[in-house]
Design a protein around this ligand. Structure first.
Ligand SMILES: [Mn+2]
Length: 504
C-alpha cells in the first residue's frame, strides 16, 4: 500500500509546508461537512414554501378527474364547450398567469381586518378542466382568512360526478339542482346557504389573478352600497392564453339590450391615468364576477327569481343598484380572467331568443319606465306575453324609493344615445345581394355607401323619424343629390325636397 501524503509527512517529520497542507485539508473537509449539515438543518426547519396551505389537504386525483371526460380523437375540441377543450385539458390546474394589475396596485395595502367572503360558483355541464382551474385559482390566490367557503352549485349537469368529485377539495360546499334552474336561481340557492356577510359571484370558466379579492372586499366594506367588479381579463377561446384587458373600459348596453364594453369618457380617462388604482364607475356590470354585501343584495330584492337560464340579470342588478342609491365600480387592482366563448354551449329549453326577450322584458317593465319602448321597437317580437309576478318586483322599487330611469340615463350613462321616443324605427338599412347582407353606412368623407354589414356598427345605425326622414346619430339626414345621382349626408331639414324620406 502506498503511504498517504499525511502519513509520510508524520513519519519523516517532513518540512513545515507539507504539515500545513495536511491541516488545511482536514479543515477543508470539516468545513464541507459543516456546510452540508447546515443545508440539511435549514431544509427541515424552514417552513415549507407551499402555494397555499389550504390546498395541502386535497385528495382529489386531478388527472383521473379530467381524463374521464377526455375528447375522443375525432372530436371537434370546440364541440362541447365552445372553447378549445383539448388545450384546456392539457393545462396544469395551477398554471402561472401573468400579473396584469397596473404597477401602482402593488403599493396598495388593505385593511387586514376585512371580512371573509362566500364565493358562489354555479355551473352546468362545464368542462372539468376549466371548472377545476377556476376553483384551484381561487384556493391558490385567495388568502385563507378571506375565504369562508366556495359554494359550488351544480345546475343539473348531465354527469353528477362533475361536481361530486370536487368535494375532495378544501372549503367546498356542494349543492345540486334536481332540475335545470338556470344561472339566476342557482346563484340564489347558493346565497341561501352562504355564511359570510359578503357574497362573491364567480363564473365557472375563470382564473382569478394574484391579489384579486382584497380590493373587492375592501371596496364593499368601506362602501356597503357599492357592488365591486374586477377587470375581466381575457382567456383566449382558441389558445387559452391569459391576456390583460384594457384598463379604460366600462360596461354599457345598446338598445337591443346587449351588453357592450364602452370606452371611458375623456375626463374619466384622465382620472384613471393619474391614478390607475382608482375605481371606475360603470353603468352596467358584465355580471360574471362581482362582490356585494349580502345585506345590500337582500335589500335590493336579490335577483328576480323568474329570470330564466341566462341573461339580463346583470341589467337588473345594475339598474337597481344605481337607481336605489348604490353604485357599481370596476376595481382595476382586481383582475379575473374569463374564457369568452363563441356562443352558449348549452341549450335554452324555451329557445335562446325567447328566453332573453322575456328576461329583458321583466327588467324593462320594472326599471326602464317609458324607455322600455326603445328596446321594444329595436328588438321586435311579441311584447304581450304575460309576465308572471311582475308586481312584486315593482314593489321593491317603491319600497326603496328608487330614482327614475331618466335620472340613470342622465347621471350614470350620459354617453348612451337615447333615440327620441317618437322615432318610428331604429336600426340598419339592409339589402341582401347574392346571399351577402349589405348595409347603408356613412363613409369617412360623409358619403353614404352600401358595405358589408358589421353588427352594432354605429355608422350603420339609422333612425326613421315620424316625418319619414332617415338620420344618423349625429343628426345628419340622407340627402339625394340629383346632379351627382348619389346619396349623401346633410343637416336635417324637413322642408328640403331632396331629403330622402320613407313613407308607409
Ligand atoms: Mn362566462
Amino acid at each position: 500500500m502506498k503511504p498517504s501524503l499525511c502519513h509520510v509527512a508524520k513519519q519523516t517529520q517532513f518540512i513545515l509546508e507539507r504539515r500545513m497542507k495536511c491541516k488545511l485539508k482536514r479543515i477543508f473537509t470539516l468545513l464541507i461537512v459543516f456546510i452540508w449539515l447546515l443545508v440539511l438543518l435549514s431544509y427541515f426547519q424552514a417552513p415549507k414554501v407551499q402555494k397555499n396551505t389550504i390546498l395541502a389537504s386535497s385528495t382529489l386525483d386531478e388527472t383521473s378527474y379530467i381524463s374521464k371526460t377526455k375528447l375522443s380523437e375525432s372530436e371537434d375540441p370546440y364541440h362541447r364547450h365552445k372553447f378549445n377543450q383539448q388545450i384546456s385539458d392539457e393545462l396544469d390546474s395551477d398554471r402561472p398567469i401573468p400579473d396584469t394589475r397596473p404597477p401602482q396596485c402593488l403599493e396598495e395595502s388593505y385593511d387586514k381586518r376585512v371580512s371573509s367572503t362566500s364565493i358562489i360558483i354555479t355551473f352546468h355541464n362545464e368542462a372539468r378542466s376549466a371548472l377545476l382551474r377556476t376553483i384551484k385559482s381561487v384556493l391558490d390566490r385567495t388568502p385563507p382568512r378571506l375565504l369562508m367557503e366556495i359554494i359550488l352549485v351544480d345546475d343539473f349537469s348531465a354527469n353528477e360526478k362533475d361536481g361530486a368529485l370536487l368535494k375532495d377539495l378544501p372549503k367546498i360546499v356542494l349543492m345540486r339542482n334536481d332540475k335545470r334552474e338556470g344561472l339566476i336561481r342557482s346563484r340564489l340557492k347558493g346565497v341561501s346557504v352562504a355564511k359570510s356577510s359578503i357574497l362573491t359571484f364567480l363564473d365557472s370558466h375563470c382564473e382569478v389573478n394574484v391579489g384579486w379579492i382584497e380590493p373587492l372586499l375592501a371596496k364593499v366594506e368601506q362602501d356597503p352600497l357599492a357592488i365591486a367588479s374586477p377587470v375581466i381579463d381575457i382567456i383566449k377561446t382558441d389558445t387559452l392564453e391569459y391576456k390583460a384587458s384594457s384598463n379604460y373600459l366600462k360596461g354599457g348596453f345598446d338598445w337591443n339590450m346587449h351588453f357592450i364594453w364602452e370606452p371611458l369618457l375623456e375626463k374619466e380617462m384622465k382620472e384613471q391615468k393619474a391614478d390607475s388604482t382608482h375605481p371606475i364607475s360603470t353603468p352596467v356590470i358584465a355580471g360574471g364576477v362581482f362582490a356585494v354585501q349580502k345585506q345590500w343584495f337582500n335589500q335590493l330584492g336579490q335577483y328576480d327569481s323568474l329570470l330564466e337560464i341566462w341573461g339580463a340579470e346583470n341589467f337588473e342588478i345594475s339598474f337597481k343598484t344605481w337607481m336605489c342609491g348604490g353604485s357599481l365600480k370596476i376595481i382595476p387592482c382586481s383582475r379575473v380572467g374569463h374564457i369568452f366563448r363563441k356562443s352558449h354551449p348549452y341549450e335554452f329549453p324555451l329557445g335562446n331568443g325567447h328566453t332573453y326577450l322575456m328576461n329583458v322584458r321583466r327588467v324593462a317593465e320594472v326599471w326602464m319606465d317609458r324607455y322600455k319602448r326603445i328596446f321594444y321597437r329595436a328588438r321586435g317580437g311579441n311584447m304581450n306575453e304575460p309576465l308572471p309576478r311582475i308586481k312584486e318586483r315593482r314593489l321593491i322599487r317603491e319600497r326603496l324609493k328608487c330614482r327614475p330611469f331618466d335620472w340613470y340615463l342622465m347621471e350614470v350613462y350620459p354617453e348612451l344615445r337615447v333615440p327620441n321616443v317618437d322615432e318610428l324605427a331604429y336600426g340598419e338599412i339592409k339589402q341582401i345581394y347574392k346571399g351577402q347582407s349589405y348595409c347603408l353606412s356613412e363613409s369617412k368623407t360623409s358619403k353614404v355607401l352600401a358595405v358589408k354589414c358589421i353588427p352594432k356598427d354605429k355608422k350603420m345605425q339609422w333612425v326613421m323619424s315620424v316625418t319619414g326622414m332617415i338620420q344618423n346619430e349625429k343628426d345628419k339626414c340622407l340627402y339625394a343629390s340629383k346632379k351627382r345621382k348619389r346619396i349623401s349626408l346633410k343637416d336635417c331639414d324637413n322642408s328640403d325636397f331632396n331629403q330622402v324620406k320613407l313613407f308607409f
